[in-house]
Design a protein around this ligand. Structure first.
Ligand code: MN
Ligand code: ZN
Length: 493
């Protein structure tokens, strides 16, 4: 989509679709006021007769209004003006753009950026709108024999702005491209998206982008590296496990990299500790962390951020099989620490622990792992917040601030010594799971492999997955916006 800025009067703008904001209690945004005056009070009449109240996410489309050059006028409710927050602004804009892309309009002009909003400037609003429009304009219909009509996709979008904001548009589009890639990969069915497929997509990405290179470590190399946990999780599958290593070099080689480690379980049956059938199809999303790493690399490479980032994706399929690993097995991780498996469904932390040990060789500035790790984080935080765990409070704080700025929200969860109690094993150095405080004990497990560096763990089992409410929307592509924001901050330090 081509996104440009306009300073024109909305009344005079020739477009297929004008979008303006209306607040509760009959308060009109500046663009809505101009349109109302030019159209003999068309908007105020609508409000007076009770057809439009301006409540959050209310939408109405008007056609061929007198004295208006635009073919359609879409009024969008932004709720109470004095209660508007960045989160509500994003919510209203999301609803508006998903309605817009269902209209047979190829171009549109949106005036939401003129809305004054505390803690955001015009550039931030232009960036959000560019990002949200690109995300809404993306359809996942690869597996429909009848394709949805692509001609309805929006080709041109104008955003009202008083200043030139070229960086804001570029950043919004880059984040959206990363989010859309992460959504595409996560939505792929597990008979297509295997460890091999993920590796191929990483290689494809390296060909499309500059300064990106990939190497894929195959089973033989994992054996040489003694990655006993990653190998064990993958041994019940017909598809061999792999470690995908993707390098983005945007700064001098001596600058220490940020390492992103993404959980890439392409399908999680639970293994011998088999999951119940209800909702098991959603376990294709168990590689959403890996997808967010590839999406983030795409975004930052498009933005040419002056930073070095390494993505590590341990990938495997967790299947029950005659050769599958079992509860009771004792595994030796790459770190040398031994693990008694008490639940084969706690496989994510096993593939991550070997990748986290491997990460130390890059002398990292920071390591962040991203994983749909536990159902317990969904019980704790639902679908709204990413769960953040860290061995340094300053890092957790930086990630939470990045989450607020990008509206990809995150919550700081506790990571203290006491919770390690639950991982005690009679036979090995630790067990791999503990039901009590499941999200926290999972993080405690990972923390035993990350002592050498500054580390954070993002549990995105809620945030990356389709929530009950919008399951039709599929994967969310989170936490790509948070990660890109964080990396922008690191790169400008
Ligand atoms: Mn599992
Ligand atoms: Zn899993």
């Amino acid at each position: 989509m081509n996104i440009t800025l306009t300073k024109q009067n909305p009344v005079l703008l020739e477009t297929e679709c004008l979008m303006v904001a209306i607040f509760e209690n009959g308060l009109l945004s500046p663009a809505a006021q101009l349109i109302d005056q030019a159209t003999d009070g068309a908007i105020k009449k609508l409000i007076a007769q009770g057809d439009f109240t301006g409540e959050m996410s209310q939408i109405i489309t008007l056609y061929h209004l007198p004295n208006l050059k635009a073919k359609r006028l879409v009024l969008v409710g932004f709720g109470a003006q004095d209660k508007l927050t960045p989160a509500l602004f994003v919510k209203a804009a999301q609803t508006a753009f998903s309605a817009l892309v269902k209209l047979p309009a190829k171009n549109a002009a949106c005036f939401f950026s003129e809305i004054a909003l505390d803690t955001t400037d015009e550039a931030a609003r232009v960036r959000f709108l560019s990002q949200l429009a690109e995300i809404a304009n993306n359809k996942f219909d690869q597996f429909k024999s009848q394709k949805s009509d692509k001609t309805y996709l929006l080709a041109d979008l104008q955003l009202a702005a008083t200043h030139d904001n070229p960086i804001a548009i570029a950043q919004g589009k880059a984040v959206a491209n990363g989010v859309n890639l992460a959504r595409l990969l996560a939505n792929m069915p597990c008979n297509v998206c295997t460890p091999t497929y993920l590796a191929e997509q990483a290689i494809k990405l390296s060909h499309e982008l500059t300064n990106v290179s990939v190497q894929v470590l195959e089973k033989e190399q994992l054996i040489e590296l003694k990655m006993g946990c990653l190998l064990a999780v993958g041994q019940g599958s017909a598809h061999s496990p792999k470690l995908i290593e993707i390098h983005y070099q945007g700064a001098a080689a001596e600058q220490t990299p940020v390492v992103l480690v993404g959980k890439g379980i392409t399908f999680d049956t639970g293994g011998i500790s088999l999951k119940s059938p209800a909702g098991m199809e959603d376990m294709k999303f168990d590689m959403a962390g890996a997808a967010s790493v590839l999406g983030t690399i795409k975004s930052i490479a498009e933005l040419k951020l002056p930073i070095n980032v390494i993505g590590l994706i341990p990938t495997a399929e967790n299947m029950p099989d005659g050769n599958a690993y079992r509860p009771g097995d004792i595994l030796t991780s790459m770190s040398g620490q031994t693990i008694e498996v008490n639940n084969t469904d706690a496989e994510g932390r096993l593939i991550l622990c070997d990748a986290l040990t491997y990460a130390a060789r890059f002398n990292p500035h920071t390591v962040i792992d991203i994983a749909t790790l536990t159902g317990a984080i969904v019980m704790s935080l639902g679908y709204l917040f990413n769960g953040i765990f860290s061995n340094q409070n300053t890092l957790a704080h930086e990630l939470i601030v990045a989450g607020q700025k990008s509206q990809d929200l995150a919550w700081h969860m506790p990571l203290v010594e006491e919770y390690n109690e639950g991982l005690k094993s009679h036979y090995a150095d630790m067990t791999n799971s503990c039901k009590l405080a499941g999200a926290i004990t999972a993080a405690c497990f990972l923390s035993r492999f990350t002592k050498a560096y500054r580390w954070a763990h993002i549990d995105c089992a809620g945030s990356a997955m389709p929530s009950d409410m919008n399951k039709a929307g599929g994967a969310t592509g989170r936490p790509v916006p948070l990660l890109v924001e964080y990396l922008i901050n690191v790169s400008t330090r």
